[in-house]
Design a protein around this ligand. Structure first.
Ligand SMILES: NC(=O)c1ccc[n+]([C@@H]2O[C@H](COP(=O)([O-])OP(=O)(O)OC[C@H]3O[C@@H](n4cnc5c(N)ncnc54)[C@H](OP(=O)(O)O)[C@@H]3O)[C@@H](O)[C@H]2O)c1
Length: 190
């Protein structure tokens, strides 16, 4: 099983959300996330899960992280609850760690649960000024990534977002999946 973290963070402050909302709307960012995660199992915190319309996304499975042992998912066939991320240690398929900030931090700060691959999208534009709520940042996870991961040299620019891929140092990382992600990034928007 390979663990892939995928996020889009704002350049400079590493903000990924304000209140429940992503503070930019870029179609190609949504499409990238969709295409890289289709058919996969996504690990999300309860707040991110609740931010999806109908608490679902088509053709994806969800592991919903919550302290609530009685949390009811919207789709009992394809979604399940996780109260401790170590329950996912021997999960039989790849996992796409998809936010929010508390879930990225949980995985990055648990050495044996750290993602193998990070798809790091950096948004260079301005944040939506009309949103109310707390800014939510991934700076702690970014610090851990910068210290413990190696950034591949390829950079992909599309619609004011630069995407790079980072690999965990010192561990075997499934090369076929790295290639698949890089191939997708190479061709997106073309
Ligand atoms: N830009 C991006 O790439 C991106 C991606 C995803 C999300 N986001 C944004 O991120 C924001 C949400 O992030 P967030 O950090 O506030 O919320 P979150 O990580 O989505 O969810 C937080 C919830 O996760 C559960 N949780 C956290 N730590 C846990 C632990 N150790 N054990 C068990 N459960 C735990 C708790 O659920 P309970 O309260 O139910 O116990 C907690 O309230 C939103 O603005 C969203 O739009 C942005």
């Amino acid at each position: 099983m390979t663990k892939v973290a995928i996020w889009c963070r704002h350049e400079g402050d590493d903000i990924i959300g304000i209140g429940p909302t992503i503070p930019w709307q870029i179609k190609s960012d949504t499409i990238r996330f969709r295409n890289l995660t289709l058919g996969q199992t996504l690990v999300v915190g309860q707040k991110t899960y609740e931010s999806f319309p109908g608490r679902t996304l088509p053709n994806r499975k969800f592991a919903v992280v919550t302290f609530d042992k009685n949390y009811e998912v919207s789709d009992k066939e394809n979604h399940f609850v996780v109260n401790d991320i170590r329950q996912l240690k021997d999960y039989p398929e790849d996992l796409y760690i998809s936010g929010g900030a508390s879930i990225y931090e949980l995985f990055f700060s648990t050495p044996d649960m750290r993602p193998d691959i990070v798809v790091d999208c950096l948004y260079h534009g301005t944040l939506n000024p009309d949103l109310e709520g707390q800014p939510i940042s991934v700076h702690k996870s970014v610090d851990i990534m910068q210290q413990n991961y190696m950034q591949l040299p390829a950079k992909f620019d599309l619609d004011n977002i630069t995407t790079t891929v980072w690999l965990k140092k010192g561990d075997f990382v499934e090369q076929s999946l790295v290639k698949k992600i890089l191939n997708y990034l190479e061709t997106e928007g073309k």
